[in-house]
Write a protein that binds this ligand. Structure first.
Ligand SMILES: [Zn+2]
Length: 247
């Protein structure tokens, strides 16, 4: 008799086996960045990764729907993911058919977190694009820092909120600065990250404890960036990144 399906939140012996199987597939297919932690709990992250791994190996729409909508990994799907059973001819065919999409996903990931891949979608001031600065932040700076393991911190703030938390009255975080985007990345050891980000933009002379700015061009637009780190300037617990469009 087949074992019961794995449900969302399941623990026990099969959960880590599932996670290992999923990670093995993702590694083999060169999607290492989508791997899950082997923590023995089949939570949402694990289900998302399992869904993607099943899609990669050619699972049918029915199989995928069970994982995505019913939050159920059947015993059959489990065995496919752990390699206990062979794939059907139909699965291998779907795998083949999905290859162009797989290549597109990999290429897209490569561009993420690199300046060359940034597209300025709009230079409209205010909420959403902040003059185009948001596009640089969202497509380059944030993925770059997330890749290095930093979390996302404070973003734009209204003047009232900024004053309440003691933010600088000329802060890039202020919503009244409509062509500027700002983001903090909380950390107690941010110097290497700040320097790496500066280097990725071509700012070789960046140094900690300095309010210096740097200008760069991306997708035909000119921007100014400020990367603050250092306890000497009150930035010993987060890297601050401010970006403004110039033209
Ligand atoms: Zn800040």
């Amino acid at each position: 008799m087949a074992a019961a399906a794995i449900k969302l939140g399941a623990e026990g012996k099969r959960a880590p086996e599932l996670q290992k199987g999923v990670d093995r597939i993702l590694g083999r297919r060169k999607f290492d960045w989508r791997k899950v932690e082997i923590d023995g709990v089949a939570g949402l992250e694990t289900f998302r990764a399992a869904h993607f791994a099943l899609w990669l190996i050619g699972a049918s729409e029915d199989q995928l729907r069970r994982v995505r909508r019913e939050h159920r990994i059947t015993d059959h799907a489990f065995k496919l993911l752990t390699g206990e059973i062979e794939r059907s001819v139909a699965m291998k065919r779907r795998d083949e058919q999905r290859r162009p999409e797989v290549r597109r996903l990999r290429a897209e990931h490569k561009k993420r977190g690199t300046l060359a891949g940034v597209q300025i979608r709009s230079t409209a001031p205010g909420e959403t694009h902040w003059g185009g600065s948001r596009d640089v932040m969202e497509q380059f700076v944030e993925p770059f820092m997330l890749h290095r393991g930093l979390p996302l911190g404070s973003h734009k703030r209204t003047p009232a909120y900024n004053a309440a938390i003691g933010g600088s009255p000329v802060s890039d975080h202020l919503t009244t600065h409509t062509t500027t985007d700002a983001r903090d990345f909380p950390t107690f050891s941010g110097e290497d990250d700040a320097r790496a980000l500066a280097a990725a933009i071509g700012w070789k002379s960046w140094s900690p404890n300095s309010y210096a700015t740097f200008e760069f061009t991306v997708d035909g637009h000119r921007f100014r960036i400020q990367i603050l780190w250092g306890s000497g300037i009150g930035h010993g617990d987060h890297v601050h990144v401010g970006i403004s469009i110039l033209s």
